[in-house]
Design a binder for this molecule. Structure first.
Ligand code: AMP
Length: 465
């Protein structure tokens, strides 16, 4: 499997050229498995999370299948929506569509991203020009359906990306409404980081005899995440966090909080203490969120505080450290969170600050990942609420887990990344279709985020956290 090249996967020269230009040399495991199945026309249920290369796993065969229908004709009628990609969040929507656009750049296939929080009127003209591949968050797609600005009767491929998160965010009714409008004769691909019973039911409802693929995050990636827990009282968390941020040789740290309020407060406090920190959460406007993310990716800020929803699907290469300031009550979120680090062969560190009230969630997490996470002693003078490590009292983990995450005590090794491509500096992804700024917002000539102009702060279900 590992010796397969993209050329072996029967992809057209124009796609192969785009891949070479993107720096891809070999398919990731999920790509090697999924691409032939999708090309064969099978429905697919894939257990894979962001960081495994799942976007290309569905986008490349999708483009390959649509290529015979590609046309340079300017007529909108010749560019109906043929593939629909539904994703839970705006950020993921933007990322996915940017990837599709990059892979399709040598073809006449058009793509567009639509998501809530921006004026719907700015999206309509672009939909009207015709696009073969539409990436959308469910709520905004329904708005367009209601306004009759989009037709879905020619959709032949549907992708449900991060399906588990769509369910978590309450999108099930929206999904059902959308699916009822699609042609029955179609291919459906579902991607989910976790396989809950609910997800299995969803696949039974929406997929036909799906092929099942389950990949761990690539072995090199997952084994490179070092996990640690500090048992610490809530009142001591801030001091410990600051200490970790100062002491660490990690250049950039993504810090997770449970609430928007804590995220903002923490960002403000850290800023006052001299850290280049910013927050990203659902109360921030889309433009603010993307600017904060871009500043972080470019290294202008070193600490980004995020809530789960806001951080979902973020593709930040080389992120050396994730800190859970508050651990999530849903154990799956822990897996998603620490998946932000240790990606693409790089090593990473995931540190959780756990107060006595949160310990019950920690046990749930350990049950899910079937691993006991190493408890660390406090860094300096013992914090009053810190307690003795109790890892030895926990049952030995089973080793048959599919989430191959190594929990250990040792500091992050600075192992060089094998693939030189992963070392290339981050290039901000640009959303593909230029949406005109609303009239009351001055257009910024330098902005690389034309699709994200906002009139006001909006909190839609796409962004709630
Ligand atoms: P994804 O899991 O789709 O979010 O992809 C994670 C990251 O891996 C993205 O930055 C992709 O551009 C990158 N990527 C995906 N496939 C490959 C590949 N075959 N070789 C190198 N990088 C890849």
């Amino acid at each position: 499997m590992n010796n397969i090249s993209f050329a072996d996967l029967n992809l057209a020269p124009e796609i192969l050229r785009a891949l070479t230009e993107s720096g891809y040399t070999v398919p990731t495991p999920i790509q090697a498995q999924a691409i032939p199945m999708v090309l064969e026309g099978c429905d697919l249920m894939a257990g894979a999370q962001t960081g495994t290369g799942k976007t290309a796993a569905f986008a490349l065969p999708m483009l390959q299948k649509l290529l015979p229908l590609a046309t340079p004709s300017p007529s909108p009628a010749r560019h109906p929506v043929r593939a629909l990609i539904l994703v839970p969040t705006r950020e993921l929507a933007i990322q996915v569509e940017a990837s599709v656009k990059a892979y399709a750049k040598h073809s006449h296939l058009r793509s567009l991203v639509v998501f809530g929080g921006v004026d719907i009127k700015t999206q309509t003209p672009h939909l009207r020009t015709g696009v073969e591949i539409l990436v959308a968050t469910p709520g905004r797609l329904l708005d367009h359906i209601e306004q009759k600005t989009v037709q879905l009767n020619q959709v032949q491929m549907l992708v449900l990306d991060e399906a588990d998160r769509m369910l978590d965010m309450g999108f099930m009714p929206d999904l059902k409404r959308i699916l009822a409008l699609l042609p029955r004769q179609r291919q459906t691909l579902m991607f989910s980081a976790t396989f809950s019973n609910e997800i299995k039911r969803l696949s039974e409802d929406f997929l036909v005899s799906p092929k099942l693929i389950e990949v761990a995050r690539s072995n090199a990636t997952s084994e490179n995440i070092t996990q640690k827990v500090y048992l610490v009282g809530s009142a001591e968390k801030h001091a410990l966090l600051a200490q970790l941020l100062r002491g660490s040789d990690a250049k950039q740290t993504l810090v997770f909080t449970k609430t928007k309020l804590t995220a903002s407060r923490l960002a403000r406090q850290l800023h006052r203490e001299g850290f280049a920190a910013d927050a990203i959460h659902g109360d921030k406007s889309q433009l603010e969120r993307i600017q904060a993310l871009d500043a972080f990716k470019q290294g202008k800020t070193s600490v980004l505080i995020a809530t789960d929803v806001a951080a979902r699907g973020l593709d930040i290469d080389h992120l050396p450290m994730v800190i859970n300031y508050e651990i999530p009550s849903a154990p799956e979120d822990y897996v998603h969170r620490i998946g932000r680090t240790g990606r693409a062969g790089a090593s990473g560190s995931a540190i959780s600050l756990v107060s006595p009230e949160e310990e019950k969630y920690l046990f749930e997490i350990e049950k899910l990942i079937k691993t006991t996470i190493q408890r660390e002693a406090p860094l300096t003078s013992p914090a009053p609420a810190a307690r003795a490590p109790r890892a030895e009292s926990r049952p030995a983990p089973r080793t048959d887990h599919h989430v191959h995450i190594r929990a250990q005590h040792t500091p992050v090794s600075k192992t060089p990344v094998h693939d030189a491509w992963f070392n290339k500096p981050y290039e901000p992804s640009v959303s593909t279709r230029v949406l005109a700024p609303p009239p009351d917002l001055p257009s910024k000539p330098k902005s690389q985020l034309p699709a994200l102009f906002m009139r006001r702060k909006v909190s839609t279900p796409d962004a709630e956290d």
